[in-house]
Design a protein around this ligand. Structure first.
Ligand code: CMC
Length: 428
């Protein structure tokens, strides 16, 4: 018989905590009453054993290398779906009918323009500002422009804010790039699909018609699908935590962007390509593998390892295939891809990486593709943020609608001084 409670004994006290089961995945021990019953907190820095919420959006089995959105495997979505369809799925729970998809697509398309005043906001940044710094600032500033969609208790306003964020992110991201290269901002065009529109706003110029190979549009759309959501990762948890206080959605997504920027998270794609360039030639790979294994060297193989995946990241599989498609379409051949392939092979056959179950993650190959399309490395994490906005808003909506939702307020293990009396400065 399956146990329905977990018995935890602390000294002479024994408490029974309910065990909750999801549809799939590990059970969780419900410790919400634990402090009240025992006077003790649980301790889990980095949340390695803690479920922070209930969610119906995304499921990961890290040991098997499985990633499902609303039950659908990421490989199938990447192969057959579109980013707009995945966005609809994550937001609404089911795949759309043809009619629903057209309506959703039209709604997003009609929200892609940003308030004209926002353009002047960009001019306050230095031209060499990192586009992630610009993205953080501009997305946070959206709450000052769209007052009519900041009431989080109104489901209609929440939906408008969600659509606005998904729709305006490509425009804002493209403007960050344009600003950094000193070219004029390109307005969105409603007759183009989401990803095609973004590419045109990024690389198009007023002087000529923008042409792009459909294979490139499809590849980037697929990259967006691969980044759309990833359950309770650091930036998503940041969005949820910020949102738990009742903060407006634009502020919450800006908080998520700030968290994503770190090199252990979304910043790894930029760091991974920089690393491949630094390695430069296959002959130098052993030196870098040795450094990654050296405890006294802080260097890590970027794009390798994952908190949850202890197997091949299923997104990396699709990425590797996409590199080949983009190279064929653009007729390019970046030697960094060969370095990446050989580095992967060598690491996967090395005892250190085998023992620690370190496999390539989504960021290992994405940089090679994005670079071939023409994005500078500083834009890589911006693209991640653009796509992850879908997951962030879906998770944020789910949290606000959850009756069990409370302000996030972790406790701590205090190891500072105990109470002591203030000593006036002349007596110290
Ligand atoms: N290269 C070398 N050693 C590694 C690496 C790596 N990339 N990743 C983990 N290790 C080692 C680490 O030194 C540790 O060894 P030990 O047990 O001897 O101290 C062990 O593996 C476990 O690592 P950890 O840091 O305790 O594991 P974590 O779950 O806290 O970290 C991670 C996960 C993704 C932050 C880490 O693997 C890492 O820093 N990878 C490189 C950065 C990267 O590619 N990040 C992208 C993640 S996927 C996209 C995203 O989430 O945004």
């Amino acid at each position: 018989m399956t146990e329905t409670t977990a018995k935890i004994t602390l000294g002479d006290k024994s408490v029974e905590s309910p065990i909750l089961s999801g549809t799939v995945g590990p059970d969780v021990v419900d410790i919400r009453k634990f402090y009240g019953q025992t006077g003790a907190f649980t301790y889990d820095p980095g949340f390695t054993s803690t479920a922070s919420c209930e969610s119906k959006l995304t499921y990961i089995d890290g040991d098997e290398g499985v990633l499902l959105h609303r039950g659908y495997p990421i490989g199938e979505l990447a192969e057959h779906s579109s980013f707009m369809e995945v966005a609809y799925l994550l937001l609404n729970g089911e795949l759309p009918s043809a009619d629903e998809l057209t309506r959703f697509d039209n709604t997003i398309t009609r929200h892609t323009m940003v308030h004209e005043q926002l353009a002047t906001f960009y001019r306050g940044f230095r031209r060499d500002a990192h586009p992630m710094a610009i993205l953080c600032g501009v997305v946070g500033a959206l709450s000052a422009f769209y007052h009519d969609s900041t009431d989080i208790n109104d489901p209609h306003q929440r939906m408008i804010a969600s659509h606005r964020l998904i729709a305006k992110m490509p425009t804002i991201a493209a403007m960050a790039y344009k600003y950094s290269v000193g070219q004029p901002f390109v307005y969105p065009r409603n007759d183009l699909g989401y990803t095609h529109n973004f590419l045109r706003m990024t690389f198009g110029v007023p002087a000529e018609e923008y042409q792009v190979d459909p294979a490139v549009v499809r590849a980037l759309d697929r990259i967006f699908i691969l980044h759309a959501d990833h359950e309770q990762n650091a930036s998503t948890s940041t969005v949820r935590l910020a949102g738990s206080s009742g903060a407006n959605p634009f502020a919450c997504i800006a908080a998520g962007i700030a968290c994503l920027w770190g090199p252990a998270h979304g910043g790894a794609n930029e760091a991974a390509l920089n690393m491949l360039r630094e390695i430069g030639r296959p002959e130098r790979i052993p030196e870098y593998i040795a450094r990654a294994k050296d405890k006294d060297d802080p260097f890590r193989l970027m794009g390798f390892g994952h908190r949850v995946y202890k197997n091949y990241d299923p997104r990396a599989t699709v990425m590797q295939k996409t590199v080949r498609e983009v190279f064929a379409a653009l007729q390019v051949n970046d030697p960094m891809f060969d370095v990446a392939l050989q580095l992967e092979e060598m690491a996967l056959n090395d005892d250190y990486f085998i023992e620690k179950k370190l496999f390539p993650n989504v960021d290992f190959y994405s940089g090679v593709i994005l670079s071939a399309i023409g994005f500078p490395t500083t834009m890589f994490t911006v693209l991640f943020a653009l796509a992850r906005t879908v997951g962030w808003v879906a998770q944020w909506n789910e949290m606000i609608s959850d009756p069990a939702q409370k302000i996030g307020r972790p406790r701590q293990l205090y190891t500072g001084p105990v109470q002591r009396s203030y000593v006036p400065v002349e007596k110290r």
